[in-house]
Design a protein around this ligand. Structure first.
Ligand code: UDP
Ligand code: MG
Length: 305
């Protein structure tokens, strides 16, 4: 059976459409399926729509979070709930072409354990957004060792991969990179990002920045190493200045150079603060992980278990 995992946050207009499109598709292709909606603490009637969809089709089920826990948590909740021997992550706004799921499913049948959906282009987005997304992916790609530039959450993964991901004890996950990290026999399917079916994107610059920072820190300790590198560079710089200052002192010009003092103070103060911030962020991460709170809390569920 194929499980389709659909995180939905304020998607009341799209739930019915997504459920209908997918079930018609799978029925016509004779693929046994289940559709799992995860209502990520929506403030609109998303859950009501999920209940309706579950009534109309017994293959649809849904869970509802007690509040908004984010798409990552929703994906993991979906993986936890799914009974299929493979699962696809799908966006509720139908930005991923449903037809591609069939293609992925066939590749899975051929023995691939991870089928990555790769964007052939980034669907719209402002200039700033694209610039931001590009630099974020460049950083992540370096540390995962795979080009993440055009990856998406649109993937099909085998039961083995699902179980491997679910067994990870960490709370702060980055699904998109984890499927690469996990290894397994993988292949790619290209797709074109469609326009959103209804409603607005749930992301804004602040949410995206948080998401980027949280994903970078959950995947790499490079910022910590960067702190060391900055420290070394500054030390070299200061060594040069120290020599210059001493030479000037010996030559009797020591009263000058007040500007240098101010600049140095600012530079050192600033970089120390920044370094502390970076280290603090990682400590916060450790603190969060150590607390071991659940990734999400389920408040309601509908459909067969
Ligand atoms: N989503 C979610 N929780 C959130 C934000 C988004 O479950 O906090 C879901 C959303 O309902 C959608 C998917 O994640 O199904 C992708 O979100 P969106 O379309 O807003 O992002 P974009 O396509 O613009 O990257
Ligand atoms: Mg979208």
């Amino acid at each position: 059976m194929l499980s389709v995992i659909i995180p939905a946050y304020n998607e009341e207009q799209n739930v019915a459409l997504a459920a209908k499109t997918l079930s018609e598709l799978f029925k016509s292709e004779n693929i046994p399926y289940e559709i799992i909606f995860i209502d990520d603490g929506s403030k609109d009637k998303t859950y009501l729509e999920i209940c309706k969809a579950a009534q109309a089709d017994e293959n649809v089920k849904g869970i509802s979070f007690s509040r908004n826990f984010g798409k990552e948590s929703a994906i993991f909740a979906g993986l936890e709930e799914s009974c299929g021997s493979c699962a696809v992550i799908f966006d509720c706004d139908l930005q991923f072409p449903p037809q591609k799921i069939i293609e992925m499913y066939k590749l899975w049948k051929d023995g691939y354990e991870v089928v990555e959906g790769v964007k052939s282009d980034r669907g719209g987005g402002s200039f700033m957004y694209n610039l931001f997304a590009k630099s974020f992916y460049r950083i992540i790609s370096r540390f995962v060792g795979v080009d993440m530039q055009s990856t998406s959450d649109f993937k099909l993964i085998d039961r083995k991969v699902m179980d491997a991901l679910l067994s990870l004890p960490e709370r702060n996950t980055f699904f998109r990179a984890l499927s690469f990290w996990s290894g397994f026999n993988s292949t790619q399917v290209e797709f074109k990002v469609e326009k959103r079916a209804n409603g607005k994107s749930k992301w804004n610059l602040i949410k995206l920045t948080k998401y980027a920072v949280s994903n970078i820190t959950s995947f790499t300790t490079a910022p910590l190493q960067a702190v060391t590198v900055i420290g070394i560079v500054l030390l070299c710089f200061m060594a040069v200045l120290a020599v210059q200052t001493l030479v000037r002192y010996i030559c009797g010009f020591s009263a000058e150079g007040f500007t240098t003092v101010i600049l140095l103070l600012l530079l050192i103060g600033g970089s120390l603060m920044m370094a502390l911030g970076v280290i603090g962020y990682y400590i916060a991460r450790i603190y969060e992980e150590v607390k071991g709170r659940p990734r999400y809390i389920i408040s309601k569920r509908v459909g067969k278990k």
